[in-house]
Design a binder for this molecule. Sequence first.
Ligand code: PA5
Length: 463
Amino acid sequence: MGQLTLDYTHALSDVVGPTHGIAPAELDALASASRAALRAVQARRTKDLRWLDLPFQAEVHEKVLDYAARMAGRFQNVVVCGIGGSALGTIAVQQALNSPYHNLGARGPLPRLFVLDNIDPDLIGEFLRQFEPSECLFNVISKSGTTAETTSQFLIFRDALIERLGREAHVEHLCVTTDESKGVMREIVKREGYESFVVPEGVGGRYSVLSPVGLVPLALAGIDIKGVLKGAADMDEICRGDDFYANPAQVYAALQFLMQTKKSKPMSVTFSYSQRLALLADWYAQLLAESIGKRKSRQGRDVFVGPTPVRALGVTDQHSQMQLYTEGPFDKWFTLLSVARSDYSITLPAAYPELEAISYLGGRTLNELFAAERDGARVALTAAQRPSVTFEFPKVDPHAIGQYIQCLEVAVACMGEHYDIDAFDQPGVEAGKVAAYALMGRAGFEQRRAEIESSSPKTRRTV
Ligand code: PA5
């Protein structure tokens, strides 16, 4: 088991220049505020920030593993019905730790894992056309238990199951993860007798991947959740450390804050040089955007802050976004995800010795080429005075994924202190949910519906 590290050399002024790089003195100056930020976050771990302790909930982990063992070999497909924080972590970890072709190729006794994090009728309709509901286990995940998207998926799949299997037998095909007592999904669990898991108090959606929200579907799909949790626990130990320069979460949070406030870089690009890590960038995009993108400061002042997360994939986006990244506006900083050791080593066959433009590849490895492209991208960014940091994964394994998740969650919590906003609410998301309830005619939302109707444009202009 190796250690995830954060290399911030290429974010500093002595490497990318003083205009766009952070001066060591600027980092030093933020160190004591960073320590205070960390202490403020850690002081809440037994209160409202219980997500910090998720790697240590042994009883919950055993319950999840016991359920996965009981369900093993019984279903062709595990289907997550959930959205946002109830989906993105599972998608990212599945992509990182299962084969990229898991849902297509030979899986042995393991089920496919689908995360339906949308309600586009074409997505759901096609799923029903392609897959037999009686071969599926549906894991309905909603912390609030009221999200319209998830509830509507539940209604559709429950109905399809009852039609195929009857009222009694359908129960075994549903499992619900929701709040212990609040929300309509908990009420439904009681009425129907579905298997259920709890999203604990103090665990917001985007901080919940290491709770049953992520653990249940991942364990069902054969992922070593204990390895992920061990990595998170090991990183938690490091992230409690008061020594600023020994704590990657503190350093990353400080860099993010300085890049935006001192270097005018509102865009934070996560550039994964690993296909398997690519969707961690999607998970982080939500974590960063929902946590830090806020109108109000903690004192209630309008501040309108927040970095804009951007996702990119190496080498693919070198042939797409890189032009903009090296020559466009100086409004971005970059976080590269890099992997020291791949599972596969692939040698390029030697051929066409007389053709220099191809013969130099012969005998080298695809691994060398991939690393050269990654290092070349960093060289190009640095030469163009674009600051970057690199998270170096020793390899893509459960331990490293757990480390990354815990590190980034603590970092974002610390960013909340720097930006002086509440990193754990999401009024903007709730506003969208309320508008949808109103437009769908839900009781209690009549006034909002009237407001929406009266404020909608009177004239439509289309071409
Ligand atoms: O992070 C969040 O709080 C949100 O993205 C939620 O996860 C998302 O809105 C889904 O909410 P719920 O899990 O309550 O259905």
